[in-house]
Design a protein around this ligand. Structure first.
Ligand SMILES: NC(=O)c1ccc[n+]([C@@H]2O[C@H](COP(=O)([O-])OP(=O)(O)OC[C@H]3O[C@@H](n4cnc5c(N)ncnc54)[C@H](OP(=O)(O)O)[C@@H]3O)[C@@H](O)[C@H]2O)c1
Length: 273
């Protein structure tokens, strides 16, 4: 098989859905190992052609396996793949905070191990995923091809995955907080809550599309809607006066520090970037 996903939860399902939707891999080449019978039933109902199994043998001799179980289960899942008589050619973990050193110890040198950090937008195929850029190019290319089903992929040295976690992993939560606050502002300005909510959702979508599709810098786009002595300038003066910019910088710094504490030290073996 081309890809076997170990753990058919929210992220595993998003990955399978993305791989099938992009049609990059035929359905019979995609498998899911899932211990929960209820989850297997749900996956079978949504993806009738999918190969499903409660046991890891499904991944025998696969081109690659993706470990998408909860972080405390990730090393165990890698260990059971390493115990196969014919192990997969490579294993990619998306478990948050589980370092390559721990995954490599669990693999006992049986296969190359890769590590990536997607974000919640993977469920709509719009993840901003960081991929630890260490290992052989053929393994990284395989991982990139699989992760493309979830959204964009940015290669970074493993030591910067904590920063990816702080920025892109936690990022949606920061933006949801901004969205909540903007709805409240709209209500204060007199809009019915439902209308304010609809306007905020579309403002987020439109702003994201402008950022991505025009390739303009955030500064350039902000300048384009800030006319001299206008309404946007009046609003921005309040945000800058309350140090919102500095608060975001500090929030991402604090989240990166917390990711570092939770994950433990990053290995600095020779050859690791
Ligand atoms: N959700 C996100 O936004 C997000 C973002 C970035 C990274 N991640 C990472 O993605 C991973 C998966 O997250 P999730 O939200 O999809 O978790 P989840 O919904 O709990 O899915 C994990 C699934 O794997 C099953 N499982 C556990 N051990 C297994 C094993 N040895 N073999 C086969 N199946 C096994 C679990 O069954 P039981 O429940 O019965 O144990 C569960 O159904 C996590 O490590 C998380 O850190 C998630």
């Amino acid at each position: 098989m081309e890809v076997v996903v170990v753990g058919g939860g929210r992220m595993g399902e998003a990955l399978v859905g993305g791989l099938l939707a992009t049609a990059s891999i035929p359905p019979e080449e995609i498998g899911v190992v899932e211990v929960s019978a209820a989850r297997r039933d749900a996956l079978a109902a949504r993806f009738p052609d999918l190969q499903l199994s409660p046991v890891v043998e499904l991944a025998a001799a696969a081109s690659g396996a993706v470990v998408a179980v909860k972080p405390p289960d990730a090393s165990g899942a890698v260990g059971s793949l390493a115990s196969l008589e014919r192990p997969p050619a490579r294993v990619l973990s998306i478990a948050a905070g589980v370092r390559l050193a721990a995954l490599e110890a669990a693999s006992r040198g049986t296969f190359p191990v890769l590590r990536a950090m997607p974000n919640l937008a993977a469920v709509v195929g719009a993840s901003a995923t960081g991929l630890a850029a260490s290992g052989r190019e053929e393994d990284l290319s395989w991982a990139e091809g699989v992760l493309a089903a979830l959204g964009t992929v940015t290669r970074v040295p493993e030591k910067l995955l904590d920063a990816v976690t702080a920025l892109a992993g936690s990022g949606p939560a920061y933006l949801f907080l901004v969205a909540e606050a903007m709805v409240e502002g709209g209500v204060l300005a007199g809009l019915p809550r439902e209308a304010a909510s609809q306007l905020v959702r579309q403002t987020f979508l439109g702003s994201a599309r402008l950022l991505v599709e025009t390739g303009e810098s955030p500064e350039g786009l902000r300048g384009a809607v800030t006319s001299p002595a206008g309404t946007t300038a009046a609003g921005l003066r309040v945000l800058e006066g309350r140090a919102v910019r500095a608060a975001f910088v500090d929030a991402i710094d604090a989240a990166a520090a917390r990711a570092g504490e939770l994950g433990g030290p990053v290995s600095h073996e020779p050859g690791r970037s």
